[in-house]
Ligand binder design. Structure first.
Ligand SMILES: *Cc1c(COP(=O)(O)O)cnc(C)c1O
Length: 361
């Protein structure tokens, strides 16, 4: 068996020790005689798995007690719609800061319910930078301000939490949660699908200030109601037990590796290595994002001659590096280097890129 270095953006690579443990426990979880996914979500075994996963995530991300944690279905996209239903009254104003594809998706989800104000928009600049905070046109009466902490496709990342005054700050952390220390207390709500940095696809995490949950939103069915989900321990209906369990193993692995401080150091080294190759390639490789807004997690890059793209991908795969093809929105290449991507994988890619340039430059 040989595992490739997998640079996929999501679903993405998982830590090898986690996959091995899941494999080991698949036929018989802790001597129960069945796998964890074959047991009732209301039984003591899964209840323990679920509670432990929440406790570990709270420790990993330093989530204060006055924040609730939900494990939900529907991915990040469903949360983008649910935040309008849960935290606005009909037609209320909401502010969106759009710095890439996912910011656009987020505002598309709330348009049917809210008066959307695009407070800042990076699209006229091709999503290559974050519009300066002083240019944002925020509404004093907005229910919340939403932004995307890391744009997974465009490779644009906030490296500071923006100051938006008293209005609650809502943020999509799908592709950067737990990649570095974060002051959760600055936010009203943080959400993310697990399939980038936290585990397998099929479960989304919502971290929300408890007092905001008490506010009345638009009328909603119980299954769309965050308050009901909290009351029901994220088990209003059958939860995605396999995904929740695997995410829990990933949380444990991250804690054992040294937590978010350690991953912040590794991620900075990993990203630095690739940007260095790109920036010192004399234009053979190119990344178009303003240096101060470059992502540590997703690095889109282009070859100066797109006719070399196919050969680049083929040779990379032959060398044990897969999923480097860029998103169809941008083309080119993209290396996604989340927590589970070892430094050895990024070193291998950097070496390969230099070598490919030498042969084809
Ligand atoms: C992947 C991604 C999404 C969409 O996630 P789904 O789980 O597919 O709904 C939203 N926002 C960001 C930043 C993402 O990376």
């Amino acid at each position: 068996m040989s595992r490739a270095f997998n640079f996929a953006a999501g679903p993405a690579t998982l830590p090898e020790p986690v996959l091995r443990q899941a494999q080991e426990e698949l036929m018989d979880w802790h001597g129960v005689g069945a796998s964890i996914v074959e047991l009732s979500h209301r039984g003591p075994e899964f209840m323990e798995v679920a509670a432990q996963a929440e406790a570990d995530l709270r420790r990993l991300v330093s989530i204060p007690d006055d924040y609730a944690v939900l494990f939900l279905q529907g991915g990040a996209t469903a949360q983008q719609a649910l935040m309008a239903l849960n935290f606005t009254s009909p037609g209320q104003r909401v502010d969106y800061v759009v710095t890439g594809h996912w910011g656009k998706t987020a505002l598309k989800q709330v348009r049917p319910y809210c008066d959307v104000n695009v407070a800042a928009d990076g699209e006229p600049g091709g999503f290559r930078d974050i519009p300066g905070r002083e240019t944002w046109k925020l509404s004093p009466d907005a229910a919340y301000v939403h932004y995307t902490a890391n744009e997974t496709i465009h490779g644009v990342e906030f490296h500071d939490i923006p100051d938006v005054g008293e209005v609650p700050l809502f943020a999509d952390f799908s592709s950067s949660i737990a990649s570095e220390p974060l002051d959760v207390s600055r936010f009203g709500l943080i959400y993310g699908g697990a399939q980038k940095n936290l585990g397998p696809v099929g479960v989304a995490v919502v971290i929300v200030r408890r007092d905001l949950l008490e506010r009345a939103g638009q009328p909603r069915a119980e299954i769309l109601d965050y308050r009901a989900h909290l009351k029901g321990d994220s088990m209003l209906n059958t939860p995605p037990t396999w995904n929740w369990y695997l995410a829990g193993l990933v949380f444990k692995w991250m804690l054992a590796e040294g937590g978010v401080e350690e991953f912040a150091r590794r991620n900075a080294r990993k990203a630095g290595l690739l940007y260095d190759v790109i920036d010192h390639s004399g234009g053979f490789y190119r990344n178009d994002v303003a240096v101060a807004a470059r992502s540590r997690m997703n690095i889109p890059f282009f070859l100066h001659d797109p006719s070399l793209d196919a050969a680049f991908l083929e040779r990379a795969a032959q060398n044990g590096m897969i999923s480097l093809k860029g998103h169809r929105v941008l083309g080119g290449m993209r290396a996604s280097i989340y927590n589970a991507m070892p430094e050895a994988g990024v070193q291998a890619l950097a070496t390969f890129m230099r070598d490919f340039q030498q042969r084809n430059g």
